[in-house]
Ligand binder design. Structure first.
Ligand SMILES: C[S@@+](CC[C@H](N)C(=O)[O-])C[C@H]1O[C@@H](n2cnc3c(N)ncnc32)[C@H](O)[C@@H]1O
Length: 265
């Protein structure tokens, strides 16, 4: 199974994501942050990059902003397109890598929501994506994306843990109406700054016995703020705002979720 095989999880993604983010404080204001951003900067078009199953795309469309969407995973694009069609929105959603996609137009606003940028696993890919997105923006166009501030305490713990040290994350009901338990095990490599996670899905029968098990690896790269500042400078962006959360909290202190808002120079 490929590391970034979101194809495999596409059909159930919305169902378990809803459960996962139910009680996550730093997620408050998630959708409205992107709606405000698109309203403020999207007069010449919005693109949602790594759009997944279209959480942001659909929210924007329901508020009158018809953004294009793109994602590496064909299955995520298909699910997003089906959801949009069902709601009566004819959106352009196409599979592509953020490092080299092209559209038939340039945009004044680009969004990478919910840690899509962290799926780029080395500085070369990060640079390629930022340069490519810049090519897809009009002059002065805006990009927003998020990163997690690396936390040395978690890093130290994760450096000690193996990719089989599973912890229970949540239980949800899958698309076929079956209960599934999700566990994950995350380890951290300080040399590459990559968090390697294994996500284990257990499907249960009516008595709670495990009838199927799937393990899906997922890697994300942590990026230090100082690295990001150099990367943005090198790829032709200026910083407009950096927030410590979706409600525009200050980013003066280390933040779990750092929201970058940058302009094409
Ligand atoms: C955590 S999901 C977020 C999806 C969506 N933005 C949301 O808010 O629900 C990350 C997405 O990034 C996509 N992705 C990973 N690497 C990518 C790349 N290089 N180019 C485009 N999309 C990518 C995955 O397929 C996945 O759908």
């Amino acid at each position: 199974m490929d590391l970034h095989d979101f194809d495999d999880v596409a059909e159930n993604y919305d169902l378990y994501l809803e459960e996962m983010y139910k009680d996550v404080d730093n997620h408050a204001g998630f959708l409205d942050f992107y709606l405000d951003f698109a309203k403020e900067y999207g007069k010449d078009g919005v693109i949602d990059i790594a759009c997944g199953t279209g959480a942001v795309l659909l929210y924007l469309a329901k508020h009158g902003i018809f953004a294009d969407g793109t994602d590496l995973s064909e299955a995520m694009c298909r699910v997003a397109k089906e959801k949009a069609n069902k709601e009566g929105f004819n959106l352009k959603i196409f599979p592509a890598n953020m490092t080299d996609f092209r559209s038939n137009k340039k945009y004044s606003c680009a969004i990478i929501a919910r840690s899509g940028f962290m799926h780029l696993l080395n500085p070369e890919l990060q640079r390629a994506a930022l340069l490519n997105i810049r090519e897809n923006l009009v002059d002065g166009g805006m990009l927003t994306f998020n990163t997690f501030d690396p936390n040395p305490i978690f890093q130290a713990e994760q450096m000690e843990s193996k990719d089989t040290d599973y912890e229970f994350r949540l239980e949800y009901t899958n698309k076929e109406g079956k209960r599934e338990k999700i566990y994950n095990a995350i380890s951290y490599d300080p040399h590459t700054q990559i968090m390697s996670g294994n996500w284990k899905f257990e499907t249960l029968d009516a008595n709670g016995a495990v009838i199927e098990e799937r393990i899906r690896p997922l890697k994300m790269r942590q990026t230090y703020r100082q690295e990001m500042l150099y990367l943005l400078e090198m790829t032709g962006y200026e910083i407009v705002n950096v927030y410590g959360g979706y409600n525009k909290e200050s980013a003066d202190r280390p933040a779990k979720n750092v929201i970058w808002c940058v302009r094409k120079k």
